[in-house]
Structure formats: C-alpha cells, structure tokens
Design a protein around this ligand. Structure first.
Ligand SMILES: O=C(O)CCC(=O)C(=O)O
Ligand SMILES: [Fe+2]
Length: 319
C-alpha cells in the first residue's frame, strides 16, 4: 500500500496528509484493544488492592471501564498502556506494555510501505512514540497531565535532543477510538514544516511553542475516525484539543526513521522494522522487544539519566 503522488504532494505542501480508511479497524485495531483489556484488568486489580478504587468495574465494556477506573482513582494511568517510558521518575516498577498485538500494529506492512516512501528501505522504529489515552476531561477535572488535557503546539523534532535534528523522522498518528473535535482531535498548522525548528518552552501542560512564535497557516483541526491515518513531517506544528465528550479518545503516535540515524533519545531502545540491506537485523520477536525495554528501565532506574530534551526551566526566551 503506497501513498499516491497527490497525497505525497499534499504532504510536501502542508507538512501532513490524512489518509481516510487506511487501516481496517476490525482487523488492525480491535486486536490491540482486546489486548489492552488484560492490561486494564491488571491496572484495576492493582488499584483495588491499594484501596485506590472502590470497585473493579469488571462488567463494563473496555472504554467505559477505563474511564471509570480513571475517575474513581482520580488519576490518569496511561503509562500502564504505553510503549515507551516517561521522561522522569523512572523506577524498576514503572508500568508499560510491549505486547504482541502492539508490536504487530507497529510493524504492519501497510504502515511500513508508506514509511519506506518517506525514510527509505532501511526502517527503524523510533523509541519516542506513544499511546495517548485522553479521558473525558470531566472524569479527571483536576489533572494537569498533558496526556489528559490538550497537547500544546509543538513540533515532534522539538521534543528530542539536538542530535536528531537532521534525522528524517516520520510521525504516524491514528486514533483507535473516534477522535472528533469534541473528543480532542489533533490540530495542525499547514506549511509550518517549511520553516525552522521553533523555540519550545516548558509550560504547565508540557513542551509548547508560545503563540507569538507560531509559524505556518492558521490552525486546521483534523477530526479522524478509527482507520484514518495521519502522516506528518517532524517540523509540522501540531497539538490537540481537550476531550470535552463523555468518551475516551485513544490514539497512537508512531515514528519511523532511517536505520542508523540518531533518535534524539538514545537511552531508549528502538528496533529495525524493515531492511533490504540486512534482513536478519529486523526484530521479529515481541518478547525480545519487551526485554529490551525492561533492560532500559532497569538501567535508567538504577543509573539515572541526563536531559530528555534541550529546553530548560526558567529559559529567559520564554519569560
Ligand atoms: O494525540 C495528541 O494529543 C498529541 C499527539 C502528538 O503530539 C504526536 O503524535 O506527536
Ligand atoms: Fe507531537
């Protein structure tokens, strides 16, 4: 499956392209949601054992159970489902989920075919990629976790260390549940990828580009349904709206880059997803993927780590 010349031209002009119905929700997305049912069950049991929730909410369907577990505990628990580590407070027991269905989706041939159009035949799955679980804001009215509320304007290049500035990294964003405007869909600024990396500031809800420094055209919101996929340039300025609905918005943001180029977060392990030159280097075993992250977590929890990005607290340019 490849993007057409017209889709590639749109990416070139705007810095992104949305391909409707690129994935088959039943075939490609549902198995991952099924896998997350186990994760949610483990989370609920853990919170219940700690006295943080009053019920396991066991009889509810997945999405409703998730929202109830969040609301009942008064906290977001996205890290339980994430296929990366947080940027601070990494402990031996920091939860994460590197499951086989997640691995399968990251390596879906259709996604790699398009990644190949952008980064070439040697494709590396970048370790800086996430699941975003954005519950209804009213379920967690007091949280300032930016995985819950709106994501500020940023460029994906901006959240990495400088060593990745020349890396040709493609962002692939898609929803697992509907992402309407009301549910907190993405917003982008077309053409912003033609400029430089903007100055980012550490703000109350995460790294963001101050309004005065925004480039590109005015904001375009991108409501998307499961199956739709956004392919986006690393310098395209984007963010997301708050989820003011009653339903949880779940999405993946994935990254692919040429093998051998800097990831901007070398303490996290990526993997070779496709290779013409060196086919035996491709990682095919999700158990090994999980093991690599356990090892990284152990090392980071034990030895600590340096900064995860270049922006500093109290930056005079952000005053
Ligand atoms: O889903 C969101 O709210 C933001 C995701 C994002 O910034 C990304 O995909 O890089
Ligand atoms: Fe982003």
């Amino acid at each position: 499956m490849k993007l057409t010349q017209q889709q590639l031209d749109q990416y070139e002009t705007d810095g992104y392209v949305v391909v409707r119905g690129f994935l088959d929700p039943e075939k490609h997305i549902q198995p991952v949601l099924n896998e997350y049912e186990e994760v949610l069950d483990a989370l609920a049991r853990s919170l219940y054992a700690q006295g943080k929730i009053e019920s396991l909410h066991k009889d509810l369907p997945f999405e409703e159970r998730l929202v109830n577990v969040y609301a009942d505990s008064g906290e977001a628990h996205g890290q339980w489902f994430d296929f990366s580590l947080p940027q601070k407070d990494i402990r031996e027991d920091t939860p994460f989920w590197f499951g086989p269905e997640v691995f399968r989706l990251l390596n879906l041939p259709a996604l790699l075919d398009v990644a190949e159009q952008f980064v070439g035949p040697e494709i590396y799955s970048t370790p800086v990629q996430h699941i975003r679980i954005k519950p209804p804001q009213r379920a967690l009215p007091d949280t300032v976790d930016n995985r819950v509320i709106e994501t500020p304007w940023h460029q994906d290049n901006g959240v990495l260390l400088e060593n990745a500035d020349e890396t040709n990294m493609l962002t692939v964003w898609f929803p697992l549940t509907p992402a309407t405007e009301e549910m907190g869909c993405l917003k982008v600024r077309p053409g912003s990828h033609k400029g430089e990396l903007s100055h980012h500031c550490i703000t109350w809800n995460g790294l963001g580009i101050p309004d005065a420094r925004l480039t590109g055209e005015d904001e375009v919101t991108l409501p998307m349904m499961p199956g739709d996929v956004l392919f986006m340039h690393r310098l395209t300025t984007h963010g997301s709206l708050p989820n003011v609905s009653d339903r949880v918005r779940i999405s993946y943001d994935l990254r692919y880059q040429p093998t051998g180029t800097a990831t901007g977060r070398e303490v996290f392990p990526g993997f070779v997803a496709r290779s013409k030159a060196n086919p035996e280097s491709v990682l095919t075993d999700p158990v090994e993927w999980n093991r690599m992250w356990e090892e990284a977590r152990h090392k980071l929890a034990t030895d600590g780590h340096g900064p995860f990005n270049r922006w500093t607290e109290g930056d005079p340019a952000c005053a």
